[in-house]
Design a protein around this ligand. Structure first.
Ligand SMILES: [Zn+2]
Length: 437
């Protein structure tokens, strides 16, 4: 299996789909390969097929004593090849991200073993999140041509520019664009890349890195980071990209920003998705204190000591913070690559506006509270959050009761990055809401 994983990684490094396979005969590798559909423009070179091809022509007696290792559950095509050549045993890295024809193989007498290897799951989960289109093409869904995908820099204030990416669009009649507001403040959009799966010819999905993080300009000007400028920035981005009608999706801080923007009743706002968010910093802080009280006493002591001493940069503090994050921010390991990229590039606005951690709020958003004004939100609204989310059910209940007609999708077993933890359920809830807009 290790060799199959090496093959998968090789494929990824070539810009391809990370699936590898190895055929072993009497303890010796006779063929190894990886998915080369992208690299070779091939219609059939899945990892397993590539391994068959590289093994060359073999007598039936060899196949009948061979074992095929593959990092991912084999599709109907590859299962067909396995049955055709009478391979008696298949060892599968994982069937978490894709369930192939294991039942068919078993029904035909093949011994099938599934390892649920974390390395295999991580490779595919990261890849699917970042390249949903390529993956759909690989398994024969969504055969339409690739969507438009354009990056552009947009001028905001004082000559600074923000980076934007627009996916989809181009249909004769387009629905309102989905404009994505990332969290933080200052956590670049990368961790939300999976939402590109919602793009279609009639629906643009637009990402941007807010000023101060990611690929946007990052001036070292702590005084600049105030709520008002981020609200104005949304208007600049909409204007520059011609987004006359939008549904605003805001994750965490992005949801706070979306609430603030919606309260100004801007023209062309067709709907709101408030994901893992809050209408009030104080409410967030109170719920965070409650969750924090559930941590082991030793960790709580470390947190309190460093917060009192102002030494929140200390590695012990950061380590204790992660104990909380593993419960309430991201409950899966290993952390997907695009999430890591976001968290390793948090910009200056986070410390200035929020604080040293998710639950220790010291920044200029400390007193932000719009819970009494939620009734003024006059557009269709979807709330989405996780069972263990730091945006707790109590917080979302306040929003559901406050915003007229708001719907709420609460995802079992999930936390703050529910879109990473349960992507299918998450996207389904968003699709259902968007279908009406
Ligand atoms: Zn296949």
């Amino acid at each position: 299996m290790q060799t199959a994983i090496e093959e998968a990684r090789r494929g990824l490094a070539e810009g391809g789909i990370p699936i590898g396979a190895v055929i072993v005969h009497r303890g010796r590798i006779i063929g190894r390969g990886h998915n080369r559909r992208v690299q070779n423009g091939s219609a059939i070179l899945h990892g397993e097929m590539d391994a068959f091809e590289n093994a060359g022509r073999q007598p039936a007696a060899v196949y009948r004593e061979a074992v095929l290792y593959t990092t991912l559950s084999p599709c109907v095509m590859c299962s067909g090849a396995i049955l055709l050549y009478g391979i008696p045993r298949v060892v599968i890295g994982e069937n978490h991200t894709f369930m192939g024809e294991e039942e068919l193989l078993r029904a035909r007498g093949v011994a099938v073993e599934v390892l649920q290897e974390p390395a295999c799951i991580a490779l595919m989960r990261d890849f699917i999140a970042q390249h949903p289109q390529l993956w759909n093409e690989d398994i024969g869904v969504g055969t339409e041509p690739a969507l438009a995908d354009e990056e552009r820099r947009v001028a905001v204030e004082d000559g600074y520019r923000v980076w934007t990416r627009s996916v989809g669009g181009g249909a004769a009649a387009e629905r309102p664009a989905l404009l994505i507001l990332h969290g933080g403040p200052g956590v670049p959009h990368d961790y939300l890349d999976g939402l590109a799966a919602l793009a279609a010819p009639d629906r643009r999905v637009v990402f941007y890195d807010q000023l101060g993080c990611g690929r946007s300009d990052c001036p070292d000007e702590p005084g600049r980071w105030r709520l008002e400028r981020f609200v104005a920035e949304i208007g600049r981005v909409r204007e520059a990209l011609g987004l006359d009608r939008v549904v605003l999706y805001g994750q965490s801080w992005g949801g706070m920003l979306a609430i603030e923007y919606a309260l100004a009743r801007p023209p062309g706002l067709a709907g709101l998705i408030l994901a893992n968010s809050t209408p009030s910093s104080a409410l967030w802080g109170a719920e965070a204190a409650r969750l924090r009280a559930e941590l082991p006493a030793a960790l709580r002591a470390i947190l309190a000591r460093h917060e009192a001493a102002g030494s929140t940069d200390h590695p012990d503090y950061q380590e204790a913070v992660w104990a909380y994050y593993r419960r309430h921010v991201l409950r899966i390991e290993p952390m997907p690559e695009h999430v890591r990229r976001s968290l390793e590039h948090i910009g200056q606005p986070y410390g200035v506006m929020w604080g040293p951690s998710e639950f220790h709020i010291t920044g200029n958003l400390k007193d932000w509270d719009r819970s009494a004004r939620l009734g003024e939100i006059a557009v269709p609204t979807l709330l989405i959050s996780g069972e263990h989310d730091e945006s707790t059910p109590a917080i979302n209940r306040v929003m559901q009761q406050g915003i007229p007609g708001a719907r709420w999708a609460l995802l079992d077993g999930c936390s703050h990055l529910a879109h990473i933890e349960a992507p299918e359920a998450y996207l389904k809830a968003l699709r259902e809401f968007l279908a009406g807009l």
